[in-house]
Design a protein around this ligand. Structure first.
Ligand code: ARG
Length: 590
């Protein structure tokens, strides 16, 4: 890993050790006050407490010890003991040139291809996808892209919900509706129909009906539970019907995810690990990790110093059904067997955090995840709320389907394009395609700009605006730079990456562009695409003021013009790269 701040931190870190203080105090950051300094180090303040000395004195001693280097042109102590640093314009210019020329913006990799499994999306079979799956899909997809960019072999796993009680509810409902179907005849030995007898639209009606019936009637609920147990145990007709339901659901999910530019490498589900469960539980019982509790088999996971009660993880219920935690544990076994990942990252609704606490504890307790270097990480995501502060619903108060939400974004984007007189000369097809990109960019950016764990309010008017911190604003800026570069090329002017001249006019933009690597490292370390969102917005704003203040194509001096065009190209490159890491597509024109 290397970036300008890392190199500066190394220099200052060594100076701190030279005077007998910890190296970590030398950490250098981009200054909060760009008017006073480009970079700063606040270590002398913390050092003062350790060394019981005046921080200004320490800061001055540190400066004395800084070794020969070609980075720093100015370093001095300000105020209480802040160390302010200015770096040479030549260094800035060289670094910008390298970023512009290297394919990955010259980012040094954090990993050399270690496997990381990212579990996100998690839609359920037989239920339609709703906005609750939206955040997990959007954040997970972005984390996958960011990890890949940083050198990991990140694999996206959808982990379908295909083995729970909802399956038994739907099967038993169909059995009540169509008792003559061969799927329900236990003596039937022939082949089952190849074509699914039900469509996704049927399922969308049947599941709510079944779920309501089970809530109202205890006997009906028992029927559903029994069907779930029999399905899991392998009843032939149930399995055949279940396969149809899985297939029609996957088909509809693929459509939704493609529209969102979300893609998975692994299409496994809870059911995929069924065969692993019996041997896994047997071993846990033999080793006394799992115990009998009123007919159920559970793993106690509470610890003495727990502040709140952590209930045991249930492996088998007393009726023999396996639970959500059982499949999650067996999935860890499977993932380690198949990919031996360095990390498994779960991007799931924050309200499931207790569940994951139980699963992770059980995995460690039973030695499924023995190594300290393997990490199980939960990235809880907050909810997307309506203006009333409650989870987002349709106007009628129902669950908003993902498809309808995406259509809503597209509609609004079309209206916005025409308000802004954009895409005017385009055919309807092209206009619709752009509206799709703008609508999805709006939805995704509004989501990703929040810390994953925070809730946010879904406000379609605000998120689709071409001004402010929105996806459409960033797309607009990127497209604007694209067309500027095309216009320049038409006039015979090209950017000169090696001739970037850093002067008072472009230093602000140049210094922001230099932060790309630090921002990406931060996004990986903190599992936080929102850091990248903030950064892209800052670039776009800084570019906008640069563009307003200075001549670019109309600049008379050849060297200045080529230098500015190179800054434009690097701005575009970072915007495009960054948006791609958020899973957002940029149109060619608008
Ligand atoms: N299917 C679950 C739901 O809809 C989400 C799955 C999350 N991933 C996991 N490994 N449990 O709530």
């Amino acid at each position: 890993m290397s970036s300008l701040t890392i190199e500066l931190s190394d220099l200052l870190g060594k100076a701190f050790t030279d005077i007998g203080l910890p190296e970590s105090l030398g950490e250098v950051r981009i200054s909060d006050r760009p008017d006073l300094a480009q970079f700063q180090c606040n270590g002398a303040m913390s050092a003062a407490k350790i060394a019981r000395k005046n921080p200004r004195m320490i800061a001055n001693e540190v400066i004395e010890k800084i070794s020969e280097n070609n980075l720093i042109t100015n370093i001095d102590v300000e105020g209480a003991g802040f160390i302010n640093i200015k770096v040479s314009d030549e260094v800035i210019s060289n670094m910008l040139a390298q970023m512009l020329e290297a394919e990955n913006c010259n980012l040094s990799k954090i990993s050399d291809g270690a496997n990381v499994v990212i579990d996100y999306g998690g839609p359920n079979v037989a239920k339609s996808m709703h906005v609750g799956h939206l955040r997990s899909s959007i954040i997970g997809e972005s984390l996958k892209r960011i990890f890949r960019f940083a050198g990991y072999n990140a694999l996206g796993d959808i982990h379908l919900g295909d083995w729970g009680t909802q399956m038994g509810m739907v099967i038993s409902e169909l059995e009540i509706m169509y008792p003559d179907w061969p799927y329900f005849d236990e003596n039937y030995e022939g082949d089952y129909p190849k074509e699914s007898p039900i469509t996704i639209e049927d399922l969308e009606k049947i599941y709510p009906k079944a779920s309501k019936a089970c809530k109202e009637d205890e006997a009906r609920k028992e029927k559903a539970k029994k069907a779930t147990v029999e399905l899991q145990a392998g009843r032939r007709g149930y399995r055949a019907l279940w396969r149809h339901m899985v297939n029609v659901s996957i088909e509809s999910m693929k459509r939704n995810f493609a529209a969102l530019n979300v893609h998975f490498d692994i299409w496994n589900g809870e059911s995929s690990v069924h065969e692993l469960i019996a041997p896994m539980v047997e071993e846990m019982v033999n080793k006394k990790w799992a115990v009998d509790s009123e007919g159920a088999i559970v793993i106690p996971v509470a610890k003495n110093d727990d502040k709140k009660e952590i209930p045991p993880l249930i492996l088998y219920k007393s009726d023999g059904a396996v639970m959500y935690g059982t499949t999650d544990l067996a999935t860890i076994v499977e993932r380690i067997r198949d990919y031996n990942p360095e990390k498994i990252i779960y991007v799931v609704d924050q309200r499931q955090n207790l569940h994951f606490e139980q699963v992770f504890r059980a995995a460690h307790k039973c030695g499924i995840v023995p190594d300290d270097d393997k990490e199980l990480i939960f990235v809880g995501n907050g909810t997307m709320n309506g203006k009333d502060g409650k989870p987002f619903k349709t106007r009628e108060g129902g669950v908003m389907r993902l498809e309808d939400l995406i259509a809503m974004g597209r509609e609004k984007a079309l209206a916005r394009l025409s308000e802004a007189n954009l895409a005017e000369d385009m055919s309807d097809d092209e206009k619709n395609e752009i509206a799709d990109m703008v609508g999805v960019a709006a939805i995704k950016f509004a989501d990703l700009q929040n810390n994953p764990v925070s809730d946010y309010i879904f406000d379609i008017d605000r998120m689709t605006a071409f001004e402010g911190k929105t996806g459409p604003y960033l797309l607009y800026q990127a497209v604007r730079i694209k067309s500027l570069l095309v216009k320049a090329a038409d006039a015979g002017f090209t950017p000169d990456p090696t001739g970037i001249m850093v002067s008072d006019e472009d230093r602000d933009l140049a210094l922001i562009l230099l932060q790309f690597q630090d921002i990406l490292y931060g996004a990986v370390r903190n599992l936080a695409p929102n850091l990248l969102c903030d950064y892209l917005y800052r670039i776009a704003q800084e570019f906008s003021s640069f563009y307003a203040k200075y001549h670019i194509i109309s600049e008379k001096n050849d060297a200045i013009r080529s230098s500015r065009l190179a800054l434009c190209s690097l701005t575009l490159k970072q915007l495009k790269t960054g948006l791609d890491l958020l899973g957002i597509r940029v149109p060619d024109r608008m």
